[in-house]
Design a protein around this ligand. Structure first.
Ligand SMILES: [Zn+2]
Ligand SMILES: [Zn+2]
Length: 106
């Protein structure tokens, strides 16, 4: 009787010991942790660009004629072409490269 009891006890101890060493389920924390949001997600920059006129939208007098007065006040105005002189590529073809560099890349 006693020996049988010890055998059972031993078997229980061994089996419990074994189960401790080899957990059937991995620690939940390491497995169920939510994936971190990728930090290098490409930021969507607000495109300040008027594709129609090839200038930044924020200074596009053809889309926003309330800007015209400001350019005229600064003396940055081409009356011939009704454009800020700094945006008038007819008079200043050298500005073209500058605006092309500012244009958002597709
Ligand atoms: Zn425009
Ligand atoms: Zn001009």
């Amino acid at each position: 009787m006693t020996l049988r009891f010890l055998c059972l006890l031993l078997a229980f101890a061994v089996s419990s010991c074994t189960s401790d060493e080899k957990p059937t389920t991995p620690p939940a924390d390491s497995q169920t942790a939510p994936p971190q949001p990728a930090p290098l997600v490409e930021k969507k920059t607000i495109a300040d660009w008027c594709p129609e006129h090839g200038v930044p939208e924020s200074i596009c007098t053809r889309c926003n004629d309330s800007l015209i007065a400001g350019f005229k006040t600064k003396g940055d105005w081409c009356a011939t072409h009704e454009l800020p002189d700094s945006q008038c590529l007819e008079c200043h073809p050298e500005h073209k490269a500058k605006f092309e560099a500012m244009a958002p890349k597709k």
